[in-house]
Ligand binder design. Structure first.
Ligand SMILES: [Fe+2]
Length: 300
């Protein structure tokens, strides 16, 4: 257990290097507790497409099987689904060359990402295990904040596997494999970012409801919409930016106020997930993000 490995003899109190989670230290996936999992809202582009709904149900059943067996079943993506990926992945890559953090771009190539083929969670896991010990676990939809963030304390990210509806390849109202794989997965190969994610997860497990709300904002303005300094320039590392044409361009436009990262301010800043983001925060480095967050979580 995490708390058992906490090193109380040295400062800082939460020693993230002691947080490595071995396979046999993971909770049983079948014990995952969620208040609810949101699947396919009525205003979703695929809501009235019977074939798409059936497909989503099938992929959801694989995530449910995973919780029973702990084994990930690869999804056999259809030609249509691969076509959506090819279109979105190659278009996003063009924009990313200009705006994405260099670490992210390098990680994508290290992970063997291809614009031609949807990556499987199982293959990404093999590589993540070697690099930072992070893991992806299939989930069929959006999970409530505490349930989702708490799994990060075990270096596990819950990840959807379905892909957005082909009628709107540039848009998804919910996380899909494009958002997870292109947005999130590469950053988990960064040791400081992986530790940071785990600290947020640890915080979520012990947070009051008020603190959980603050953690949700911290997650939003970093993991989803974070910017980072790079050699006098500003680059994107947040998944919500890297996986969205609109948000990525908007982030670097005059419409957005790009503020230096200030944890106190971030945890008190409201956001609206349905609008383009008007305020973003720029971290100096992933290492500093980790350190200020460690101090913050220690205060819980
Ligand atoms: Fe996300």
């Amino acid at each position: 257990m995490l708390t058992d490995t906490k090193n109380t003899t040295t400062d800082p109190a939460i020693e993230i290097t002691n947080f490595a989670v071995k396979d046999d230290q993971l909770p049983e996936f079948r014990d995952m507790k969620f208040e609810d999992i949101n699947q396919l809202a009525l205003d979703h582009p695929g809501a009235s497409d019977e074939e798409y709904r059936t497909r989503r149900d099938h992929i959801a059943s694989l995530a449910k099987d995973f919780r029973e067996t702990g084994k990930i079943t690869d999804v056999e993506y259809t030609d249509e689904e691969q076509g959506v990926w090819r279109y979105v992945a190659s278009k996003l890559e063009e924009l990313q060359q200009k705006y994405a953090s260099p670490f992210y771009l390098g990680a994508k190539s290290d992970l063997g990402f291809s614009n031609d083929r949807i990556p499987q969670l199982s293959e990404m896991n093999r590589r993540l295990k070697e690099l930072t010990g992070f893991r992806l676990a299939p989930i069929e939809g959006l999970v409530e904040t505490r349930g989702f963030l708490s799994w990060l304390s075990y270096r596990v990210m819950l990840s959807t596997q379905y892909i957005r509806h082909h009628s709107h390849p540039e848009y998804t109202p919910e996380p899909d494999i494009v958002h997870e794989a292109i947005g999130h997965i590469p950053m988990f190969t960064n040791p400081n970012f992986a530790d940071y994610s785990q600290l947020v997860g640890h915080g979520a497990r012990i947070a009051t409801d008020q603190q959980l709300e603050e953690l949700g904002r911290l997650y939003w303005f970093t993991v989803e919409f974070g910017l980072v300094e790079h050699e006098g320039d500003i680059k994107a590392y947040g998944a919500g930016l890297l996986s969205s044409f609109g948000e990525l361009e908007n982030a670097f436009s005059p419409n957005v106020e790009r503020r230096p990262f200030n944890l106190e301010q971030v945890i008190n800043t409201e956001y609206n997930y349905a609008d383009m983001q008007p305020i973003l925060y720029v971290i100096p480095s992933y290492a500093e993000l980790k350190e200020v967050t460690r101090k913050y979580i220690e205060s819980f």
